[in-house]
Ligand binder design. Sequence first.
Ligand code: KIV
Length: 289
Amino acid sequence: MTDATSKLTLADITATARRGGRLVMVTAYDASAARLADAAGIDIILVGDSAAMTVLGHDSTLPVTMDEMLMMTRAVTRVTRRALVVADMPFGTYQPSDEQAVANAVRFVKDGGADAVKLEGAGRSRSRIRAIRAAGIPVMGHVGLTPQSVALLGGYRAQGRSATDARGIYDGARGLERAGCFAVVLEAIPASIAAHITSALAIPTIGIGAGPSCGGQVLVWHDLLGLTEGHLPRFVKQYASLSATIREALEAYAADVRSGSYPEEKHTYGITEPEADAFAAGLPHKDGR
Ligand code: KIV
């Protein structure tokens, strides 16, 4: 049993799923977000490679590097007390070989403090998953819309809508379970297909654009909180409009600075000796006075 503050283990996550409890996962990429997610009782924090787009300003997830992901993972694990932290393995860090996959997964655990790693795809990824698991590291899988394969998939579009594609995703998810994943993300697939996959697997599915029958849900921090500018996928529910709130606050700050109404007396420090004022008054003036 765990209390509301003790660190969740893989066994706790599995037990929650077996009891029929829905797992709550959200991405976070820095310490302040991780603190808030942890305090809100989120079960799993994903340091997602979506950071390439949300934090680093790229137009796909492909360019983010191992070092960038490690820096963000450390920031998250440094302050997370309860949630399980999963680090997303960036493009190119696990595809080449089992050896590279294990070496980079070990870096996420050893240097980054992550509890588990996530990687995309089925097929060849199964061998990587077996190898990483054999090194003692829990692995989360990810099928459906896998953004690291955006070129192959022909864009960010829903997957598994035809019988052949649905069969491919189902087989992929089964394969990930057999390879030893503790959970699998189903992204942007029809709700009915996700429901069938969920009932066929013993491990929990975590949906993003995969309907309500999954064993849990994940959303990207910036989408959930209204920090994403521009197009949002249809599966996103915004629970706040932080972009507007932040912009209003910044505009108010700028106006106060320009008008001189910030800082006020209460925002300033006083002197402890009158001589300090006399000293300051005697300093040379930039006009030469
Ligand atoms: O990187 C990410 O944010 C993800 C989620 C969308 C599952 O992989």
